[in-house]
Design a protein around this ligand. Structure first.
Ligand code: NCD
Length: 305
Protein backbone atom coordinates (compact mmCIF):
# COMPACT_ATOMS: atom_id res chain seq x y z
CA UNK A 1 0.00 0.00 0.00
CA UNK A 2 1.25 3.45 -0.96
CA UNK A 3 0.62 6.88 0.53
CA UNK A 4 1.45 10.31 -0.90
CA UNK A 5 3.21 12.55 1.62
CA UNK A 6 5.66 14.45 -0.60
CA UNK A 7 6.00 14.87 -4.37
CA UNK A 8 9.26 12.93 -4.07
CA UNK A 9 7.33 9.77 -3.16
CA UNK A 10 7.00 9.20 -6.91
CA UNK A 11 9.99 8.87 -9.23
CA UNK A 12 10.01 11.19 -12.26
CA UNK A 13 9.15 8.14 -14.40
CA UNK A 14 6.12 7.40 -12.22
CA UNK A 15 5.13 11.07 -12.42
CA UNK A 16 5.27 10.91 -16.22
CA UNK A 17 2.93 7.92 -16.15
CA UNK A 18 0.60 9.77 -13.77
CA UNK A 19 0.55 12.86 -16.03
CA UNK A 20 -0.04 10.71 -19.15
CA UNK A 21 -3.00 9.16 -17.33
CA UNK A 22 -4.30 12.64 -16.29
CA UNK A 23 -4.07 13.83 -19.92
CA UNK A 24 -5.93 10.71 -21.09
CA UNK A 25 -8.65 11.34 -18.47
CA UNK A 26 -8.98 14.92 -19.77
CA UNK A 27 -9.39 13.65 -23.34
CA UNK A 28 -11.61 10.63 -22.60
CA UNK A 29 -13.57 11.27 -19.37
CA UNK A 30 -16.27 8.73 -20.27
CA UNK A 31 -13.74 5.89 -20.19
CA UNK A 32 -13.11 6.51 -16.48
CA UNK A 33 -16.66 7.35 -15.34
CA UNK A 34 -17.16 4.02 -13.50
CA UNK A 35 -13.56 3.17 -12.61
CA UNK A 36 -14.22 3.73 -8.87
CA UNK A 37 -17.77 2.38 -8.63
CA UNK A 38 -18.36 1.24 -5.04
CA UNK A 39 -15.20 2.93 -3.69
CA UNK A 40 -15.22 5.62 -1.00
CA UNK A 41 -12.91 8.60 -0.55
CA UNK A 42 -12.75 10.25 2.90
CA UNK A 43 -11.77 13.93 2.91
CA UNK A 44 -10.55 14.79 6.42
CA UNK A 45 -9.91 18.54 6.42
CA UNK A 46 -8.79 20.07 9.72
CA UNK A 47 -8.11 23.37 7.93
CA UNK A 48 -10.22 25.38 5.45
CA UNK A 49 -10.00 24.69 1.73
CA UNK A 50 -12.12 25.22 -1.36
CA UNK A 51 -10.09 23.94 -4.30
CA UNK A 52 -8.24 21.06 -2.73
CA UNK A 53 -11.20 19.48 -0.96
CA UNK A 54 -13.73 20.09 -3.71
CA UNK A 55 -11.32 18.98 -6.43
CA UNK A 56 -10.74 15.70 -4.56
CA UNK A 57 -14.50 15.27 -4.18
CA UNK A 58 -15.10 16.15 -7.82
CA UNK A 59 -12.32 13.73 -8.86
CA UNK A 60 -13.79 10.78 -6.92
CA UNK A 61 -17.33 11.58 -8.09
CA UNK A 62 -16.20 11.77 -11.73
CA UNK A 63 -14.67 8.30 -11.26
CA UNK A 64 -18.02 6.95 -10.06
CA UNK A 65 -17.01 6.71 -6.38
CA UNK A 66 -18.54 8.24 -3.25
CA UNK A 67 -17.38 10.78 -0.67
CA UNK A 68 -17.53 11.03 3.10
CA UNK A 69 -15.67 13.43 5.36
CA UNK A 70 -15.53 16.70 7.26
CA UNK A 71 -14.44 20.15 6.17
CA UNK A 72 -13.26 21.62 9.44
CA UNK A 73 -11.87 20.40 12.72
CA UNK A 74 -14.75 21.89 14.70
CA UNK A 75 -17.24 19.51 13.07
CA UNK A 76 -15.07 16.42 13.72
CA UNK A 77 -14.22 14.55 16.91
CA UNK A 78 -10.91 16.47 16.97
CA UNK A 79 -12.97 19.09 18.83
CA UNK A 80 -13.56 16.44 21.55
CA UNK A 81 -9.83 15.71 21.70
CA UNK A 82 -9.57 12.66 19.43
CA UNK A 83 -6.07 12.10 18.02
CA UNK A 84 -5.33 11.91 14.29
CA UNK A 85 -4.11 8.31 14.82
CA UNK A 86 -7.44 7.23 16.30
CA UNK A 87 -9.44 9.07 13.67
CA UNK A 88 -7.59 7.38 10.79
CA UNK A 89 -8.09 3.92 12.35
CA UNK A 90 -11.81 4.58 12.29
CA UNK A 91 -11.77 6.07 8.79
CA UNK A 92 -9.82 2.99 7.57
CA UNK A 93 -12.96 0.96 8.28
CA UNK A 94 -15.26 3.44 6.52
CA UNK A 95 -13.38 4.37 3.33
CA UNK A 96 -10.91 3.01 0.75
CA UNK A 97 -8.66 6.09 0.52
CA UNK A 98 -8.26 9.29 2.54
CA UNK A 99 -7.15 12.85 1.69
CA UNK A 100 -6.08 14.73 4.83
CA UNK A 101 -5.29 18.40 5.40
CA UNK A 102 -3.98 19.51 8.78
CA UNK A 103 -2.53 22.75 10.21
CA UNK A 104 0.20 20.73 12.00
CA UNK A 105 3.25 19.80 9.95
CA UNK A 106 3.63 16.03 9.82
CA UNK A 107 0.06 15.15 10.92
CA UNK A 108 -0.78 13.23 7.69
CA UNK A 109 2.46 11.21 8.16
CA UNK A 110 1.35 10.24 11.66
CA UNK A 111 -1.99 9.18 10.18
CA UNK A 112 -0.31 7.18 7.38
CA UNK A 113 1.63 5.12 9.93
CA UNK A 114 -1.59 3.92 11.56
CA UNK A 115 -3.71 3.72 8.43
CA UNK A 116 -4.94 0.62 6.63
CA UNK A 117 -5.86 2.65 3.54
CA UNK A 118 -3.77 5.00 1.34
CA UNK A 119 -3.46 8.48 2.85
CA UNK A 120 -2.83 11.56 0.71
CA UNK A 121 -1.30 14.64 2.31
CA UNK A 122 -3.60 17.45 1.16
CA UNK A 123 -1.44 20.12 2.85
CA UNK A 124 0.27 20.06 6.26
CA UNK A 125 0.92 23.47 7.83
CA UNK A 126 3.65 25.41 6.04
CA UNK A 127 5.39 22.16 5.06
CA UNK A 128 4.24 20.34 1.90
CA UNK A 129 1.32 20.27 -0.49
CA UNK A 130 2.10 17.41 -2.88
CA UNK A 131 -1.18 17.31 -4.80
CA UNK A 132 -0.88 21.03 -5.55
CA UNK A 133 2.61 20.29 -6.87
CA UNK A 134 1.27 17.49 -9.07
CA UNK A 135 -1.29 20.01 -10.35
CA UNK A 136 1.45 22.58 -11.03
CA UNK A 137 3.69 20.07 -12.82
CA UNK A 138 0.82 18.73 -14.94
CA UNK A 139 -0.13 22.32 -15.91
CA UNK A 140 3.44 23.15 -16.92
CA UNK A 141 3.94 19.88 -18.80
CA UNK A 142 0.60 20.17 -20.62
CA UNK A 143 0.98 23.86 -21.55
CA UNK A 144 4.75 24.02 -22.18
CA UNK A 145 5.26 20.45 -23.37
CA UNK A 146 8.18 19.85 -20.98
CA UNK A 147 9.34 20.03 -17.39
CA UNK A 148 12.93 21.07 -17.97
CA UNK A 149 14.90 23.99 -19.34
CA UNK A 150 13.25 27.06 -17.89
CA UNK A 151 13.65 29.99 -15.54
CA UNK A 152 10.88 30.03 -12.95
CA UNK A 153 10.13 33.03 -10.73
CA UNK A 154 8.38 32.30 -7.45
CA UNK A 155 6.88 35.44 -5.97
CA UNK A 156 5.22 36.40 -2.68
CA UNK A 157 5.21 34.46 0.57
CA UNK A 158 8.12 32.07 0.05
CA UNK A 159 8.55 31.56 3.78
CA UNK A 160 5.16 30.16 4.76
CA UNK A 161 3.90 29.03 1.34
CA UNK A 162 3.83 25.23 1.38
CA UNK A 163 3.00 25.09 -2.33
CA UNK A 164 6.31 26.87 -3.02
CA UNK A 165 8.31 24.46 -0.84
CA UNK A 166 6.75 21.41 -2.48
CA UNK A 167 7.18 22.75 -6.01
CA UNK A 168 10.87 23.61 -5.57
CA UNK A 169 11.50 20.14 -4.11
CA UNK A 170 9.86 18.55 -7.12
CA UNK A 171 11.46 20.73 -9.81
CA UNK A 172 15.06 20.15 -8.73
CA UNK A 173 14.83 16.66 -10.23
CA UNK A 174 14.47 18.08 -13.77
CA UNK A 175 17.38 19.41 -15.81
CA UNK A 176 18.32 23.01 -16.55
CA UNK A 177 15.97 24.73 -14.08
CA UNK A 178 16.87 28.19 -12.74
CA UNK A 179 15.00 29.68 -9.79
CA UNK A 180 14.35 33.35 -9.15
CA UNK A 181 12.92 33.94 -5.67
CA UNK A 182 11.02 37.23 -5.44
CA UNK A 183 9.97 38.20 -1.93
CA UNK A 184 10.28 40.86 0.73
CA UNK A 185 13.17 40.23 3.13
CA UNK A 186 10.79 38.94 5.85
CA UNK A 187 9.23 36.29 3.58
CA UNK A 188 12.36 34.82 2.03
CA UNK A 189 12.49 31.15 1.14
CA UNK A 190 13.67 29.06 4.16
CA UNK A 191 17.41 28.38 4.52
CA UNK A 192 16.95 24.62 4.26
CA UNK A 193 15.78 25.15 0.68
CA UNK A 194 18.64 27.43 -0.40
CA UNK A 195 21.09 25.02 1.30
CA UNK A 196 19.62 22.16 -0.70
CA UNK A 197 19.94 24.15 -3.96
CA UNK A 198 23.56 25.02 -3.18
CA UNK A 199 24.36 21.39 -2.42
CA UNK A 200 22.85 20.31 -5.74
CA UNK A 201 24.52 23.18 -7.62
CA UNK A 202 21.20 24.48 -8.93
CA UNK A 203 21.23 28.18 -9.88
CA UNK A 204 18.98 30.51 -7.89
CA UNK A 205 18.84 34.19 -7.05
CA UNK A 206 16.86 36.15 -4.49
CA UNK A 207 15.44 39.55 -5.42
CA UNK A 208 12.93 42.00 -4.02
CA UNK A 209 11.53 43.73 -7.12
CA UNK A 210 9.39 41.70 -9.51
CA UNK A 211 9.68 44.13 -12.45
CA UNK A 212 13.48 43.80 -12.55
CA UNK A 213 13.36 40.07 -13.37
CA UNK A 214 10.08 39.86 -15.30
CA UNK A 215 11.62 39.88 -18.83
CA UNK A 216 13.75 36.80 -18.06
CA UNK A 217 11.04 34.50 -16.71
CA UNK A 218 9.48 31.55 -18.56
CA UNK A 219 7.10 30.86 -15.68
CA UNK A 220 5.88 33.10 -12.86
CA UNK A 221 4.40 31.36 -9.80
CA UNK A 222 2.50 33.95 -7.75
CA UNK A 223 1.43 33.22 -4.16
CA UNK A 224 -0.78 34.70 -1.47
CA UNK A 225 0.72 36.07 1.75
CA UNK A 226 -0.28 33.31 4.21
CA UNK A 227 -2.22 35.35 6.75
CA UNK A 228 -3.07 32.35 8.97
CA UNK A 229 0.63 31.55 9.57
CA UNK A 230 1.62 35.04 10.78
CA UNK A 231 2.15 35.61 14.46
CA UNK A 232 0.99 39.21 14.41
CA UNK A 233 -1.55 41.14 12.39
CA UNK A 234 0.73 44.18 11.98
CA UNK A 235 3.34 42.23 9.97
CA UNK A 236 0.63 40.75 7.79
CA UNK A 237 -0.93 44.15 7.03
CA UNK A 238 2.49 45.59 6.17
CA UNK A 239 3.34 42.77 3.75
CA UNK A 240 0.04 41.69 2.25
CA UNK A 241 0.05 44.04 -0.75
CA UNK A 242 3.80 43.99 -1.38
CA UNK A 243 3.27 42.54 -4.87
CA UNK A 244 0.44 43.24 -7.25
CA UNK A 245 0.81 41.75 -10.71
CA UNK A 246 -0.96 44.05 -13.20
CA UNK A 247 -1.00 44.71 -16.95
CA UNK A 248 1.97 47.10 -16.74
CA UNK A 249 4.16 44.38 -15.22
CA UNK A 250 2.80 41.78 -17.69
CA UNK A 251 3.90 44.09 -20.52
CA UNK A 252 7.51 43.45 -19.43
CA UNK A 253 7.16 39.65 -19.67
CA UNK A 254 7.93 37.25 -22.52
CA UNK A 255 5.00 36.69 -24.91
CA UNK A 256 4.82 33.01 -23.89
CA UNK A 257 5.48 33.33 -20.15
CA UNK A 258 2.84 31.55 -18.05
CA UNK A 259 1.43 32.94 -14.81
CA UNK A 260 0.55 30.23 -12.30
CA UNK A 261 -1.06 30.63 -8.86
CA UNK A 262 -2.31 27.84 -6.55
CA UNK A 263 -5.22 30.13 -5.58
CA UNK A 264 -6.96 31.57 -3.61
CA UNK A 265 -5.68 34.95 -4.73
CA UNK A 266 -6.24 37.99 -2.59
CA UNK A 267 -4.75 41.14 -4.14
CA UNK A 268 -1.53 39.80 -5.63
CA UNK A 269 -2.91 39.42 -9.15
CA UNK A 270 -5.08 42.23 -10.39
CA UNK A 271 -8.27 40.95 -12.15
CA UNK A 272 -7.24 42.78 -15.33
CA UNK A 273 -4.56 40.06 -15.80
CA UNK A 274 -7.24 37.32 -15.95
CA UNK A 275 -7.96 38.02 -19.62
CA UNK A 276 -4.26 37.89 -20.60
CA UNK A 277 -3.67 34.64 -22.56
CA UNK A 278 -0.62 34.02 -20.37
CA UNK A 279 -2.78 33.80 -17.22
CA UNK A 280 -2.92 30.03 -16.61
CA UNK A 281 -4.25 29.88 -13.03
CA UNK A 282 -7.88 29.00 -13.74
CA UNK A 283 -6.81 26.31 -16.20
CA UNK A 284 -4.38 25.10 -13.50
CA UNK A 285 -7.29 24.61 -11.04
CA UNK A 286 -8.99 22.38 -13.66
CA UNK A 287 -5.85 20.29 -14.10
CA UNK A 288 -6.06 19.72 -10.34
CA UNK A 289 -9.13 17.51 -10.85
CA UNK A 290 -7.55 15.41 -13.63
CA UNK A 291 -4.36 14.84 -11.67
CA UNK A 292 -6.29 13.86 -8.52
CA UNK A 293 -8.37 11.41 -10.57
CA UNK A 294 -5.12 9.89 -11.87
CA UNK A 295 -3.70 9.80 -8.32
CA UNK A 296 -6.75 8.04 -6.84
CA UNK A 297 -6.60 5.39 -9.59
CA UNK A 298 -2.87 4.94 -9.09
CA UNK A 299 -2.99 4.59 -5.28
CA UNK A 300 -6.00 2.24 -5.47
CA UNK A 301 -4.14 0.28 -8.18
CA UNK A 302 -7.11 0.44 -10.53
CA UNK A 303 -6.29 0.00 -14.20
CA UNK A 304 -8.69 1.12 -16.89
CA UNK A 305 -8.15 -0.80 -20.13
C1 NCD B 1 -2.83 26.67 -1.29
C2 NCD B 1 -2.68 26.04 0.09
O1 NCD B 1 -3.68 25.64 0.67
O2 NCD B 1 -1.55 25.95 0.53
N1 NCD B 1 -4.10 26.58 -1.83
C3 NCD B 1 -4.48 25.46 -2.51
O3 NCD B 1 -4.40 24.36 -2.03
N2 NCD B 1 -4.89 25.64 -3.77
C4 NCD B 1 -2.30 28.03 -1.35
C5 NCD B 1 -2.86 29.06 -0.41
O4 NCD B 1 -3.70 28.77 0.44
O5 NCD B 1 -2.41 30.20 -0.54
Amino acid sequence: MRHLMSPLDFTTKELDRLFDLANDIERNPGKYAHACDGRILATCFYEPSTRTRLSFESAMTRLGGCIIGFSDAASSSASKGESVSDTIRIISGYADICAMRHPKEGAPMVAAEKSEIPVINAGDGGHQHPTQTLTDLLTIRSMKGKLSGFTIGLCGDLKFGRTVHSLINALVRYSDIRFVFISPEELRVPDYITEMLKAKDIPYEEVIRLEHVMPRLDLLYMTRVQKERFFNEEDYVRLKDFYILNSDKMALAKPDMLVLHPLPRVNEISVEVDSDPRAAYFKQAKYGVYVRMALILTLLEIQVP
